[in-house]
Design a protein around this ligand. Sequence first.
Ligand SMILES: [Cu+2]
Length: 70
Amino acid sequence: MSNDKILAFTVSDMTCGHCAKTITGAVLDAYPAAKVEVDLATKRVSIENAGDRAAVASVIEAEGYFPVDA
Ligand SMILES: [Cu+2]
């Protein structure tokens, strides 16, 4: 199930390029058609064309990070 709304999370424990890559990869594995944008400076992750907010948050949490609504 996908839709075209944009979800935005702040992930405070996303501290480096490796974290960004891990999170991006996990979201794309779950939602191959998604578009993921990461801004490390603001710890913000924007995700377009994925699942609902709770499901996408779960994917990020499964990697060991703690996304909060941004
Ligand atoms: Cu990192």
